[in-house]
Design a protein around this ligand. Structure first.
Ligand SMILES: Nc1ncnc2c1ncn2[C@@H]1O[C@H](COP(=O)(O)OP(=O)(O)OP(=O)(O)O)[C@@H](O)[C@H]1O
Ligand SMILES: [Mg+2]
Length: 263
């Protein structure tokens, strides 16, 4: 009997990226989003750690081996005779993929040092573009600052989660990011504000500032993720956030936000 079911083969993966002031919880929210996407069957999923100081793997309990930066560097000197640089890079990238339970992770590593990396970067972009075609979702964790997003050469971001902490400066940075994306040369489908690590009682002034930010910009309001003692302790024990109980309030609230955005 012939199989009439068509396999899901997207041309390009749907790209989800993180932005926000330093230390607001981008990597934590990324880990919680991976957890949500895997559990709700939004796969195949490739998580990309684009922070030069890679640490997403730690929050997921995964051991880091090779970064894309290291592979790009070794391409310049270590490509064996008779092998194209493109094949060498492709092999290296496949090697660098960490296969986890229900998703894959790849780590960008350090940006290039002095010297010309035009060819290496262009080959890497091509390899990454081919790689991305095999996934339904690409989830990119960034360090603070929008220029890192442009370093990734992404053509289009479907959803940009802008993460703030419960502080006036965090929300102000979110507002700046919302305005900045226009000049980045990356098309952003929608920008969703998540206010993370919130206290039980939000100050009225901060709530007003958030409301005004939503009114003045094209940011959509995703929701609040409360400060979580369980999450804090989990991180302190260097345990994977994937192991957190489903009933933990921060996990539940984050799940609600993701469900609204992704389904
Ligand atoms: N909801 C939360 N409850 C408790 N602790 C949290 C919560 N969210 C994040 N944290 C803690 O806050 C700290 C900063 O979080 P995280 O590393 O995710 O921020 P980041 O925005 O990725 O930082 P960077 O800009 O350095 O990449 C971590 O110690 C993390 O465990
Ligand atoms: Mg981070």
């Amino acid at each position: 009997m012939t199989n009439t079911k068509t396999e899901y083969r997207p041309q390009t993966a749907e790209i989800i990226a993180m932005a926000g002031k330093g230390g607001t919880g981008k990597t934590t929210i990324t880990a919680l989003l991976i957890r949500y996407l895997v559990k709700s069957g939004h796969t195949p999923l490739l998580a990309v750690d684009a922070d030069a100081n890679a640490n997403l793997n730690e929050l997921l309990g995964l051991k880091l081996d090779k970064t894309l930066g290291e592979i790009r560097d070794s391409m310049k000197t270590d490509t064996p005779a008779g092998m194209t640089k493109s094949d060498f890079m492709e092999m290296g990238v496949n090697h660098a993929i960490i296969e986890a339970d229900g998703f894959d992770l790849i780590v960008m590593g350090q940006p290039e040092g002095p010297g010309c990396y035009c060819m290496a970067n262009s080959i890497l972009s091509q390899v990454m573009e081919r790689l991305a075609r095999g996934y339904r979702y690409l989830l990119v964790d960034n360090e603070a600052g929008m220029e890192h997003l442009s370093r990734l050469n992404l053509r289009q971001i479907h959803t940009l989660f802008v993460v703030s902490d419960p502080s006036s400066r965090g929300v102000l940075t979110a507002r700046r990011i919302a305005d900045l994306t226009k000049s980045l040369g990356v098309r952003v489908g929608r920008k969703v504000l998540i206010v993370n690590r919130t206290p039980r009682q939000m100050p009225k002034e901060l709530e007003d500032q958030i409301e005004k930010t939503i009114k003045d910009t094209d940011l959509l309001f995703g929701g609040y993720v409360p400060f979580s003692q369980e999450l804090f302790e989990c991180e302190s024990r260097q345990e994977s956030l994937l192991k957190l109980n489903e009933e933990v309030e921060a996990v539940r609230q984050a799940g609600k936000i993701f469900k609204n955005c992704m389904d």
